[in-house]
Design a binder for this molecule. Structure first.
Ligand code: GLU
Length: 430
């Protein structure tokens, strides 16, 4: 096998995800029909999205919506704007959503959408026209009871508001429950913006407890300082844990005594980047991943911990705030090094959990306050961590926590499939 082919395979998160599902189905001795249901999305749509650009020309972007599985309820998952999105990555990310919703026990299936585009190079107006064009093209397959998009990489509350508006125009009635992660003024939920980072912190806190790492003195390194990474950093800093390093796409900053996260967030707000922040020394992204720390939080994109750098990881605990940041090769190396990896489908499920709270409030016309949202999130995340961690300790001896989380999640999905009559030969392998 050439080096290039090997790299492609290591980077293919669909192959990695399907490999994990197959293993979890086999270890759980579930019917092979369970794997057959989970390996292929129920619907995958690829569309052309014409957009009038500011100079009057028309650019045609490629858009996707992958509806993976809806055994528990409406499809649910983010909409991502990124130049490197592929059909395989959208499929894999939609599968992760199915597994995530099952794990935290919320009545949604999994989906993911994307548009292949370079948003930082587009104007707000172009972004708005592209979002509205996406809804015009795919409006018939989304809806509050069918498929509910949410923010993801390079999409935010404003993008969700455009979707809600365009969809409501198509439906000729206000129908804001079609998306979650909206601004508060149009039916958003308090705390949704920080929910993924907050949820990730709760999970890290529980994991640290299990490993007997005192959180107050735990040195934390965070890769990625977007919505998720910066919210997680804020939570750790508020707890008193020294956040010694953070990075973004252009590099990072390190301070052995702990960075001033409040000042750093203000700095990034003004400049757009971490680079040049006066409160620490400059470091590279790779230096961040191999930093001498207790807790490492990859909160950027896929495939950051790989066969080539996992051997250098010094943290005792890795908490995956991003989706699929660790390749199977890296997983293997981290396990050999006895580093606990709290998998993405658990660690970053706080976002979709508060999306669920938003959807419930939209459906019933409720308005919960921040204390209610945060305490319900804390309860959900703590419970999910403890269920999965004890399942992993009891049933996955010699394996890793990702395997435990996949098994736990898939067993729940299989039970629902069985009751709905999707498994002709029963739930167990004969
Ligand atoms: N994009 C987020 C995720 O990957 C949130 C999805 C949602 O809230 O539906 O989990």
């Amino acid at each position: 096998m050439s080096i290039e082919t090997k790299k492609t395979n290591e980077d293919n998160i669909l192959l990695a995800t399907l490999g994990m599902i197959k293993q979890a189905v086999d270890l759980s001795e579930l019917s092979t029909e369970v794997y057959d249901h989970l390996r292929t999305p129920m619907r995958f749509v690829e569309v052309a999205i014409p957009v009038e650009m500011d100079d009057g020309s028309v650019s045609v972007f490629t858009g996707y919506r992958c509806q993976h599985n809806n055994v528990f309820g409406p499809f649910k998952g983010g909409l991502r704007y990124h130049p490197n999105v592929t059909t395989d990555s959208v499929k894999a990310l939609s599968i992760l959503m199915t597994l995530k919703c099952s794990l935290v026990n919320i009545p949604f299936g999994g989906a993911k959408g994307a548009v292949v585009c370079d948003v930082p190079r587009m104007s707000m107006k172009e972004k708005e026209r592209m979002t509205r064009s996406y809804v015009k093209t795919l409006g018939s397959i989304i809806g509050p009871e069918t498929d509910i998009p949410a923010p993801d990489v390079f999409t935010d509350a404003q993008v969700m508001a455009w979707i809600a508006d365009e969809y409501s125009t198509i439906m000729r009635e206000p129908s804001f429950g079609v998306v979650t992660g909206k601004p508060l003024a149009v039916g958003g939920c308090v705390g949704r913006n920080e929910a993924t980072g907050r949820g990730c912190f709760f999970v890290a806190r529980e994991a640290a407890k299990s490993l007997k790492i005192p959180l107050r003195t735990a040195r934390v390194a965070i890769q990625g300082f977007g919505n998720v990474g910066s919210s997680a950093a804020k939570m750790f800093a508020e707890e008193g844990s020294p956040v010694i390093a953070v990075s973004d796409i252009n590099g990072g900053v390190y301070n052995e005594k702990g960075l001033n996260i409040k000042k750093l967030r203000e700095y990034v707000e003004q400049t757009g980047f971490i680079k040049g922040f006066p409160g620490g020394e400059a470091i590279t992204n790779n230096e961040l991943l191999s930093m001498d720390c207790d807790i490492l939080v990859p909160a950027a994109l896929e495939n950051q911990l790989t066969g080539s750098n996992a051997g250098d990881v010094k943290a005792k605990l890795v908490v995956e705030a991003a989706n699929s940041p660790t390749t199977p090769e890296a997983d293997h190396i981290l396990k050999e090094k006895n580093i606990l990896v709290v998998p993405d489908i658990l660690a970053n499920s706080g976002g979709v959990t508060v999306s669920y709270f938003e959807w419930v409030q939209n459906n019933y016309g409720f308005r919960w306050d921040l204390a209610t949202v945060n305490s319900r999130l804390e309860e959900k995340m703590t419970e999910a961590f403890n269920m999965v961690y004890s399942f992993y300790c009891e049933s996955c001896v010699g394996s890793d926590m990702r395997t435990g989380a996949y098994m736990y999640s898939i067993q729940r999905l299989a039970e629902a499939m069985m009751y709905r009559g999707w498994l002709r030969n029963g739930i167990s392998r004969k």
